[in-house]
Ligand binder design. Sequence first.
Ligand code: PLP
Length: 418
Amino acid sequence: MNTDIFTDYESNVRRYGLSFPTVFTKALGATVWDEAGKPFIDFLVGSGALNYGHNNPSIMAPAIEYLAGENILLSLDMYTAAKRDFIEAFVDFILKPRGLSYKIQFPGPTGTNANEAALALARKYTGRSSVMAFTNAYHGMSLGSLAVSGSASTRELGGVARHDVIRVPYDGYANQAFDSASYIDCVLGDPGSGIEKPAAIILETIQAEGGMNTASAAWLIEIQRICRKHDVVLIVDDIQAGSGRTGDFFSFEFAKIEPDIVCLSKSLSGSGSPFSIVLIRPDMDIWKPGEHSGTFRGNNLAFVTAGAMCKMWSERQFTADVQRTAAKLQRHLDHLVAKFPKCIEQKRGRGLMTGLKCRSQAIVGRVHDVAFENGLLLESSGPNRDVIKILPPITITDDELDHGIAILSQALQEQDND
Ligand code: PLP
C-alpha cells in the first residue's frame, strides 16, 4: 500500500493514519474497505461521529437527491428550506417526544465550537467567569475547551494560561465511597471554601476520551439539584455520548435530568458531515443578533442528513433494534471480561458507548495491532491509554457485531496466552 505521500507531506501531527497504516477507499454500514479490498469492521466510527454507520441508505438517499438538485450548500445563518426542515424534524422527533423545550443555536461545525459557545453564553448569562469542570474531562482543542479538559498533555497545548476553571472530582473518581456531588454542594455553599461560585458546571455523562468513566443517574440528578440550588448553569457536553450512542438519543435521558444547555455534534448529522448545535433553555437565550458568529454555521447538506436521522427516532422498530443491539453488545463484553481476566480489569460505559479497561497500556496496544491485522478498527482512551474503546455503529447488523467481537476476542486470547 503506497502511503509515501502522507509520510512526505502530511504533518507529523497525524495520528490515526499511523495507527491504521493502510489506505481506505470505501465504506458501508459497519464495514470499511482498504485499497486492496480488505474489509475492516469499524468499532471506531470516526470517534463517535458515525453512529448510524457509513453511508446509511436512509440518511444518504435524501442527501444524494439534495446534491443533484442545485440546492444551497452553505448559507451562514440565513433561513433555508433545508434548515427549516431540520428544525422541524429535530423538534417533532427528538425534543417534543422527550418533553424537552430548547432554543437552538447553530455555532461552527465542530464539537469544540459548540462548547465554546455554551461556555460563553453561561458566562454572559451569569456575569461570572469561572467554570467547574471534572477530572478526566475532554471538551475539545480550542482554548476555552482545553481549559475545561482534564488531561495534562491536552491542557498544555494551548501554551497560554488556562484560568477560570475549578477542577472537581468526577463521579467515582477518587473511589466509589467518595461522594463528589456532596463535596461540590459543600464548597459552593461555604464562604470559607476559597472556591468562587462558577458560571457553569460542564460535564459528560460518560467520559469517552477520559477512559469511559460513567456517571450514575443518582449523581447526575444530584449535580442538577446543586446547580439549581446555587444558581449555576448546567452544561451537558453530549458531543460524543449523545445522538444515539447510549441507546437513547440523549445520554442523560436515563437520569431524567433537563440540562440548561446541551452541546451536540459528531453523529448529529448522521452522515459524518460536520455539524453542531447548542440547545439553550429558552429564557437563557440572551444572545444579541450576530453576537456569536462563524462562517460554517449553515451546512445545508448536514441539515438534510440530520433531518433524516431524526426521523429514524420516530420509528418504533429502529429504537427497538438499537436497544436490542446494545443489550447484545453488553452480553458480548460481559463474556470477554469473564473469559480474559488476565487482560481485562472491567467493562465500562453504557448502551453502545463501551470500553474494556485493561491491565496495561501494552495489552491495549497489542490488542489494537492484532485486531487491525485481522480486520477490526479500534482505538484506546483514558489518561494511561489502557481502555479499549468499543463504539460500533448503533445500526450494526448482528453478523457484523459478532464478527467484530470474534476478532477482538482472538486478539485478547493471544495476549492471554503470553
Ligand atoms: N466534547 C467531547 C465529549 C468529545 O468527545 C469531543 C471530541 O472527541 C469534543 C468535545 C470535541 O469535538 P471536536 O473534535 O469536533 O471539536
